[in-house]
Design a protein around this ligand. Sequence first.
Ligand SMILES: *[C@@H]1O[C@H](CO)[C@@H](O)[C@H](O)[C@H]1NC(C)=O
Ligand SMILES: *[C@@H]1O[C@H](CO)[C@@H](O)[C@H](O)[C@H]1NC(C)=O
Ligand SMILES: *[C@@H]1O[C@H](CO)[C@@H](O)[C@H](O)[C@H]1NC(C)=O
Ligand SMILES: *[C@@H]1O[C@H](CO)[C@@H](O)[C@H](O)[C@H]1NC(C)=O
Ligand SMILES: *[C@@H]1O[C@H](CO)[C@@H](O)[C@H](O)[C@H]1NC(C)=O
Ligand SMILES: *[C@@H]1O[C@H](CO)[C@@H](O)[C@H](O)[C@H]1NC(C)=O
Ligand SMILES: *[C@@H]1O[C@H](CO)[C@@H](O)[C@H](O)[C@H]1NC(C)=O
Ligand SMILES: *[C@@H]1O[C@H](CO)[C@@H](O)[C@H](O)[C@H]1NC(C)=O
Length: 484
Amino acid sequence: MRTLLIAASILTTVLALRNGLAITPQMGWNTWNSFGCAISEDIVLSSAELIVKWGFKDLGYEYVIIDDCWSAGRNSTGHLQANSTKFPNGIADVASKVHAMGLKLGIYSDAGNFTCGGYEGSLGHEEIDAQTWASWGVDYLKYDNCNNDGQMGTAQATASRYKVMQRALNATGRPILYSMCNWGDDAVWVWGSTVANSWRMAGDVFDMFDRPDPRCPCDEYTYLTCTESGFYCSVMNVVNKVAQIISKGGPGNWNDMDMLQIGNGGMQDSEYKIQMSVWAAAKSPMIMGNDLRKMDANTLSILQNTAVLSVSQDVKGSGAERSWRYFVPDQDKYGQGEIALWVGGLNGPGQYGDQLVLFTNTGTQDRRMNASLATIFFDSGPEGSAPQIKESWEVYDLWANRMDNATANAIINGNGTVPSDARWNATANGGYAGLPSSTEKALMGTKVGTIQPGGTLWADVKGRDVGMFRLRQVGAGKKKRDEL
Ligand SMILES: *[C@@H]1O[C@H](CO)[C@@H](O)[C@H](O)[C@H]1NC(C)=O
Ligand SMILES: *[C@@H]1O[C@H](CO)[C@@H](O)[C@H](O)[C@H]1NC(C)=O
Ligand SMILES: *[C@@H]1O[C@H](CO)[C@@H](O)[C@H](O)[C@H]1NC(C)=O
Ligand SMILES: *[C@@H]1O[C@H](CO)[C@@H](O)[C@H](O)[C@H]1NC(C)=O
Ligand SMILES: *[C@@H]1O[C@H](CO)[C@@H](O)[C@H](O)[C@H]1NC(C)=O
Ligand SMILES: *[C@@H]1O[C@H](CO)[C@@H](O)[C@H](O)[C@H]1NC(C)=O
Ligand SMILES: *[C@@H]1O[C@H](CO)[C@@H](O)[C@H](O)[C@H]1NC(C)=O
Ligand SMILES: *[C@@H]1O[C@H](CO)[C@@H](O)[C@H](O)[C@H]1NC(C)=O
């Protein structure tokens, strides 16, 4: 028994992919949602320039990812070639220009005979393709699942197909973030961490909030055994799936809820706030998919809320769990409306760290929501036995300092004033790894109150909106000294 246990723990350690990448969820931008197959060198490079110019790079958005349709098949020696109309100077040239801007380049392929767009796939060509990308200076691979030659249907079949590429990437010696895109099939959340840095855990998320669609046939109730992941999944469809598998993600290996749709026009502002908040809390990769040339103030001020990004990039790397969810009578035209509480641990100065509290209200009505300390810290001890309940907690509202339109427009237009504390400069501060001080608005938001021992957090949450808070133990530093 003892030997078995030790063997099992060694196996787990050996099996998780450890390539030093995605220690916090990767951040970046991808061509697909805005451009589909109509991509070009100019689109990729001009988008990269905007990522730098508007400060996204300095907030941590690092990977510029070329999705499907870049290739023109293989040459006579079997090497993938870029389409020379779209990429006249080749991918290596794009990579070196992206690197010169301080960013990293991602590329796309498929663990099948053809990509989803019908271009050459990498199945059976893993080594040569990985070598080609490495020789071009590629830093990231999004690896899709179309036309997979029937090598699927069991975890074994899918995992071994994806593992071939993982070994090929490793063999290049170049650190290449491996983003697996098999849409949640074959229970990828069970074995994904042994193969990839991230794995898509559901079908493609569309730019819609909660509209059911028959093309996304798996709902939250059938999710764990469903075999038709589909596409046209709503934000809430994916949210209610990931709630079931949060614990499968961790530093180096993340559940991928698919790209951010923020700024693409299909949802209202507060629905995009919900996507940003839950993606950050659940520790999904944060990959923008909007046309950056059409950036507006609302979009920029959501994507650049560094108090929310500091939750995503928190060094604990522990996804928030959904503590409860209730359906509410004030439903929308699709018959959808629910309220939920998500809680999770964050890095903090106190003996228990900081704590995230996220209320989501997808009902149509504004409401007062509450969570007692006993509920917020339930996982540290049920029924009021958690030691945290005896402490007082300062409450910081992570959306209270969302930048106003004047600031966002000053960034977009390159004129006007941008206060230095409008956002956290991750480049200047070594990322988000430091311990946020309570006075850093860009990381902490605004202090809105204190919860006394045994108390309850109350929040007024608008219809279709969130309340997102960071709790910090009162007198945290002092208590530590007393104990010495
Ligand atoms: C962040 O800091 C770096 C280095 O100090 C600086 O060059 C850059 O302009 C800053 N970025 C923003 C968006 O303020
Ligand atoms: C390359 O891209 C151009 C422009 O989209 C397209 O017309 C052409 O068919 C593509 N070539 C190949 C080989 O895919
Ligand atoms: C095919 O492409 C590879 C990689 O771009 C290149 O090194 C090789 O020389 C090309 N082969 C031919 C025959 O053009
Ligand atoms: C797909 O690729 C695999 C591996 O190269 C090959 O064995 C198989 O015959 C191909 N299938 C089709 C339908 O081309
Ligand atoms: C290859 O895998 C080994 C063993 O997991 C790891 O230590 C190394 O960093 C990997 N190298 C690359 C380039 O991914
Ligand atoms: C801020 O700008 C957005 C466009 O991004 C606009 O819809 C909104 O009404 C503006 N808000 C205010 C308060 O002016
Ligand atoms: C507190 O929240 C719970 C869960 O939504 C709800 O059942 C309860 O009625 C709320 N309490 C008050 C006093 O509003
Ligand atoms: C900044 O530039 C924009 C677009 O050119 C212009 O509409 C706006 O009035 C300018 N704002 C300031 C404060 O100069």
